[in-house]
Ligand binder design. Structure first.
Ligand code: RUQ
Ligand code: CUA
Ligand code: CA
Length: 647
């Protein structure tokens, strides 16, 4: 084998680190580094030169077959993933990694007409002139509603970091049904539904959603005091899961980042990386410890009931004071600040309900906080909040997010090490107590490259199944065919069912997923056809079709039944405000029609028995062929209606 062959092999067939993390080894190949190159090469000895190896040779092709889903078979899990600054949510099948659906949330989507139809505009929110208030969004954290500590298939909640909005997706249709904007905050990042009522034991399902604000702003943010640091604050927000109204907000010291909730409903928490309240990143890293901030939900709600609140600016939302200064006595305190090392990221609840785990980010540690000790602090029986920390193992560089299996192990993404580390929670606790023999770190596996988020199958319920970990990596570099400067991200599927973690699939995903959840398919029940009665404006009978005029306001009522719209043509006048209401009377599963109007920038779909409407100004005289955009029938191309706009 010549040096040329070795170089070639190193670049194309050793996917584990390839040239990006190990360019030093490659550069050294011609000289002293040769042995490094050769040992890496040996792994692939059986692969002919130039074979683009999709997998390390340690596992044969046959073995990978078991992670594939053959044609016609269904996946075992849904994976619901945030879409980052695409503003959407995505649904994948697992383990296949097949993309099933993109749910528009804060973005516009001309396939379904999200942001185009009147109904979707009303959900997204409009300005007084009827145009959309925002066109952008940044989704990070997707979580489902719970009943009895398990996903109940009812709702999914997702944040918009850019404009501070919370959206709800109903799981039966997998469509966004509510969006609200949180007052008094910026940088709404982590979000988590509660799992049980903190007061009423009988309510064993999600009733609240907690939201953490990452950026501090002057309160109120009205142009006053913009350079006065004492005016800057972050708030933690509680939203009612049913009404989607903000119940209360909590004024805190420092910032919020991600959010976790306890299985007993009593505690919600957020990790804080900026307890310094710095405005520049240097200031945000100045102290050795930041905090995990715990909220005593029942006490906060008592304070709200007792009227111990204030408001800011034009917002009517009651704000309780959860700062340290106002909460000196643990017995009455609303919050508990547990100190943890430098700029933590991520806080995750262990499935046994006992612990929250925070990752160090700038510290190579994970911090295990025992929840009953936090409650003990709130009772005045634990001297120092830091004593609620029961383990702080060194696990590697740049720890971010943690998932759990069903055997007491935690899996943490290590951004800087570009690895997933598997560690045992009880062993970490024993080691913290001084047991030198406790084996904390169980396994490590390289991922490609730099994982941000990671999660296990069913990992955020009380019953994780210990089968898969998905590593959502922040860089894909050379893992896929090049597609120009914007690379896809890599979602890597890791089999965690055995002692050793095994990377078993690379899935390319469009930028930029953050958090996801992996949910067993039998927990999700969708419907395939709408109910006509769900839509107050439904046109239930083709005979109701026609054009109604009131002054210059014109309503066009139409139905679709493959392969025709009920109005082959309709006439309006220049200057009319036209509302088209379209009901799809086809009730066959998967029989969706589209409706596009050339030059009027309109396109939307109607699913079986669904009704949608659009409103626009008929400002251009002429003939406009409205046509069905969604393939529906052998005569799909013939499915049209002629809009005549008279001068
Ligand atoms: S969190 S910055 Cu939303 Cu790890 Cu992705
Ligand atoms: Cu209806 Cu295509
Ligand atoms: Ca800090």
């Amino acid at each position: 084998m010549s040096i040329e062959d070795i170089k070639h092999d190193d670049a194309s067939t050793v996917p584990a680190r390839r040239r990006f993390l190990n360019s030093a080894a490659l550069a050294g190949l011609a000289g002293a580094g040769l042995s490094v190159g050769l040992s890496a090469c040996k792994q692939e000895a059986s692969a002919p030169a130039g074979t683009p190896a999709a997998a390390p040779a340690a596992h044969g092709a046959g073995e990978y077959g078991k992670y594939e889903v053959p044609p016609g078979q269904l996946d075992e899990y849904y994976s619901f993933s945030s879409g980052g600054h695409s503003g959407e949510v995505r649904i994948y099948g697992m383990p296949s990694g097949r993309l099933f659906k993109r749910i528009p949330v804060f973005n516009m989507d001309c396939l379904v007409g999200w942001g185009i139809t009147n109904e979707s505009k009303a959900i997204i929110g409009t300005k007084p002139d009827g145009s959309l208030k925002y066109h952008t969004g940044d989704t990070h954290h997707v979580h489902q509603s719970y009943t009895d500590g398990m996903y109940d298939g009812k709702y999914m909640f997702v944040n918009d970091k850019i404009h501070g909005r919370l959206a709800r997706i109903r799981m039966d249709t997998m469509e966004t049904d509510k969006i609200i904007e949180l007052p008094n905050i910026q940088g709404f990042h982590g979000t988590f539904p509660d799992k049980r009522d903190p007061v009423d034991e009988k309510i064993n399902h999600t009733t609240r959603v907690f939201c953490g604000a990452e950026f501090s702003i002057p309160l109120p943010n009205d142009g006053n005091g913009m350079n006065d640091p004492t005016k800057y604050h972050s708030l933690f927000t509680c939203v009612d899961a049913e009404s989607m109204e903000v119940r209360w907000q909590a004024l805190i010291d420092g910032n919020c980042d991600l959010v976790a909730t306890s299985f007993d409903g009593k505690l919600a928490a957020t990790n804080q990386y900026n307890t310094e309240m710095g405005a520049h990143y240097q200031d945000m890293m100045s102290s050795e410890r930041d905090a995990c901030l715990f909220f005593n939900v029942a006490r906060i709600e008592d304070a709200v009931k007792a009227g111990k609140t204030r408001t800011y600016g034009s917002s009517k939302v009651p704000v309780v004071d959860c700062t340290k200064a106002a909460n000196q006595d643990p017995k009455t305190a609303l919050t508990c600040y547990v100190p943890i090392p430098k700029n933590p990221h991520g806080v995750n609840a262990s499935p046994d309900g006992k612990y929250f785990v925070c990752s160090g980010k700038l510290s190579p540690t994970a911090t295990v906080i025992q929840l009953d000790l936090v409650l003990k602090w709130f009772d005045g029986d634990l001297k120092d909040a830091r004593d609620a920390v029961v383990a702080e193992p060194e696990i590697g560089l740049g720890p971010l997010h943690t998932g759990f299996d069903n055997k007491g192990n935690a899996y943490t993404t290590l951004f800087l090490d570009s690895q997933i580390v598997k560690w045992n929670v009880e062993a970490a606790i024993q080691s913290f107590k001084g047991d030198k023999n406790a084996k904390v770190v169980v396994d490590r596996v390289d991922v490609q490259y730099q994982p941000g988020h990671g999660f296990t199958s069913m990992g955020e319920t009380k019953a994780p199944d210990g089968k898969y970990f998905l590593s959502d990596n922040k860089f894909s570099k050379d893992r896929f065919l090049p597609v120009g400067p914007l690379h896809p991200e890599t979602a890597q599927l890791i089999d965690i069912s055995g002692d050793k973690m095994k990377v078993v699939a690379d899935h390319a995903v469009y930028s930029e997923p953050h958090d996801s959840i992996i949910v067993k398919r039998d927990l999700i029940k969708t419907r395939q056809v709408y109910n006509l009665d769900d839509f107050p404006n439904a046109i239930k009978d083709p005979k109701e079709s026609g054009v109604e005029r009131k002054g210059n306001k014109v309503t066009v009522k139409m139905v679709s039944q493959a392969p025709a719209f009920s109005l082959p043509e309709f006439t309006v006048k220049k200057g009319d405000e036209v509302t088209i209401i379209l009901t799809n009377l086809d009730k066959v599963e998967d029989l969706t029609h589209g409706f596009a109007i050339p030059k009027y920038d309109i396109n939307f779909i109607v699913n079986p028995l669904e009704t949608k409407s659009v409103t626009f100004k008929a400002d251009k005289p002429g003939v406009y062929w409205c046509y069905c955009t969604n393939f529906c029938h052998a005569l799909h191309l013939e499915m049209r209606s002629r809009m005549i706009v008279e001068k």
